[in-house]
Design a protein around this ligand. Structure first.
Ligand code: PMP
Length: 291
């Protein structure tokens, strides 16, 4: 991936994709002091960019560091990079991390670096599988208690358990893993939030120890706009027995129907289809919708 053609915005400069490198003694690499975002551009506009870049700054603040750019500066950098690359539909990855100015856990003197990469990433899950609904395993690792990790930060360190869980699921032939939280309640997938449907009512776990996704909030809004009742609450895994539809949502995953979670089976249905359509319409730039 590091040998592609392109440009990367790196601490205020546009550098060749292949030259965007860091030193091996980077604090972010040794001690996980890194936060990032995942955004998507549709038709040349980044969907909810303001919210994403605000969350990047907030993620850094939770880890105790100040990103040395304002939201406006980050927004301009994302837009300018997208324009220079000439992509209409693309994935945007801003990242901030503590640098290599000193070595050791304490790193007050280390520079906070920021980079933005943009590339074309059409579908997170296999598109053919996607409409049939994907199969998820139940992860062995749990989302941690917020007292044991900065669970509200989109911190790279929290993705350690996601990668382990995703690899374990893929090794067993699943597309992804559903993670429970430390109480045994349903939390989220390794890179997306989860929703269920039963008797026309939509259910989603309370995001009290995992990311309250920007897509998740958009889906709740779209479902309410259609007049659906949305219950955000603690959901026990056994309840999956009674749910008819299930889907994941996230910036990369968009809205992806689920066919199975471990022993539980779902049939992608009307509500999932409506929300897939509503979401695709919602992410289109308003100037295109007006044409
Ligand atoms: N949970 C996790 C662990 C994620 O990585 C993501 C993707 N950023 C989400 C949820 C969904 O968040 P969003 O809708 O803001 O992309």
């Amino acid at each position: 991936f590091d040998q592609m053609d392109g440009l990367i915005w790196f601490n205020g400069e546009f550098v060749d994709w292949k030259d965007a490198k860091v030193h091996v003694l980077t604090h972010g690499l040794h001690y996980g002091s890194s936060v990032f975002e995942g955004e998507r551009a549709y038709g040349g506009e980044i969907f909810k960019m303001q919210e994403h870049n605000e969350r990047l700054i907030e993620s850094g603040r939770i880890l105790g560091f100040t990103i040395p750019y304002s939201v406006e500066e980050l927004n301009s950098a994302c837009n300018e990079l997208l324009a220079r690359l000439g992509y209409k539909d693309a994935y945007v990855r801003p990242i901030a991390w503590r640098g290599s100015e000193s070595m050791g856990i304490a790193a007050q003197k280390n520079k906070i670096n920021v980079a933005i990469a943009i590339w074309q990433w059409p579908s997170y899950f296999d598109p053919e599988q996607r409409m049939k609904g994907i199969r998820l395993d139940i992860a062995e690792y749990c989302r941690p208690d917020p007292r044991t990790a900065p669970s509200k930060s989109k911190a790279a360190g929290l993705y350690m358990i996601c990668t382990i869980s995703k690899h374990a699921a893929e090794a067993k032939g699943y597309a992804d893993a559903l993670m429970l939280d430390w109480r045994g309640q349903i939390a989220e997938a390794t890179g997306a939030n989860v929703f269920f449907v039963k008797d026309g009512v939509i259910h989603s776990p309370t995001p009290d120890c995992f990311l309250d996704g920007i897509t998740r909030r958009t889906i709740i809004e779209l479902a309410k706009r259609r007049g659906y009742e949305v219950q955000v609450r603690a959901i026990r895994p056994e309840e999956m027995e009674g749910f008819s539809e299930a889907f994941l949502c996230g910036t990369a995953a968009e809205v992806t129907p689920i066919a199975e979670v471990g022993p539980y089976k779902f049939t992608p249905g009307e509500i999932t289809r409506q929300l897939i359509d509503d979401y695709s319409a919602e992410v289109q730039p308003k100037r295109l919708a007006a044409e």
